[in-house]
Design a binder for this molecule. Sequence first.
Ligand SMILES: [Zn+2]
Ligand SMILES: [Zn+2]
Length: 418
Amino acid sequence: MRVHYMLLIVASVALGLSAHWSALKPYPARTSNGEECSKSCTAWGFFAHRRINRLAVLTLPPEMMVFFKRHIDWLGDHATDADMRRYAVLAEGPRHYIDLDEYGKPPFADLPRTFTEALLRYAEIFGVTKEGDTLLLYSQKRDTAAAFASIWRLYFAQHVTAAFSDPEHRLDADTLKQFLDAHQWAAPVLREAFFVETLSAHGILPWHLQKVQRDLTMAFRRRDAKRILRLCADLGHYIGDAHVPLHTTSNYNGQKTGQVGIHAFWESRLPELFADEQYDYFVGKPQYIGNATQYYWNIVLESHNLVDSVLAVELRLRQSYPADQQKCPETRGRTIVLVACPDYAAAYQQALGGMVERRMRAAIQAVASAWYSAWIDAGQPDLARMSEPVFTEEDQREQAHLQQQYQTGRILGRPEEQ
Ligand SMILES: [Zn+2]
Ligand SMILES: [Zn+2]
């Protein structure tokens, strides 16, 4: 603990910052309302995510620090809201990962880098007539719609992306009919319209990152302090996830290679045991991100390149290490669970050659760079003169609901750690 604290001070001196160090205590394994964890509180979710958001604040330039330092606790506490939303909102789950192996082999040159292009490829639009017949109106797979993609592009950018988080993917039938008429595609009057897509099934992380980056830039432009904080917390979360190799593969928990449990082992157990004492969090100043699309894709592609090592190193170790010294019982709240023994975890950490620490450090710098770039792109608004965020009773009710769903509910979508 002491080593970690000193490292922070070293970082602050090197960066010429005068942050309130007394406020920088590592978090215990508790939820943001102080209750003991009943679930995967120690996931990259509840340990590294908070750490990443807090440390990202400390690297910001003074013009941003003036606002962010005041809210460092908030940004740490809410770094995990996005994970909690998976228990309340169906559309949330796929935002945290992408199964790149479902799309062939690296560098996945064919996979569209922007969401509109991806939807043009992987979504089909249907309309329902007054008589109740369902018509296929757009599909790149089944007909010559590819030739019309340039015409459909604007419709997708405006309407399909906007309807993506609606669980039924409903489209406005009148707007669609107008669009079809405008292009002289004779279509009957439509009672309803919708689209189906195959992207959600494999995750949308790199596309969602681009959206949150745009939303954050807009929030800075509007000087909307509450929205800035919320989007910064979320963006920090998704960037953290993007740095975890197992968030980029369909074998996300080693279930295809007989390594179930490796997800939490890599992203939870290793940071939980070693992040305080052994990791060096020194990162440089934030960098301006000129091309967010490329930047976020590079992060997930880098993560994906590490998947083979994450799995192979553990498999080798598992086969050579005494079997009865790999799992140890540990008390979590009121239950006892089996987790990787500290010595076994240390051996994995060693064999990985500092990978977890490097990914965490890269995440901190990427989070700071993302916030910084949104602020620059918004024209560097004067954050010192922005009004303070006001969290209403309604906001607090929503937060309490989220917390309750998380504590008592189930993930709507695929769980990571079963
Ligand atoms: Zn994870
Ligand atoms: Zn997540």
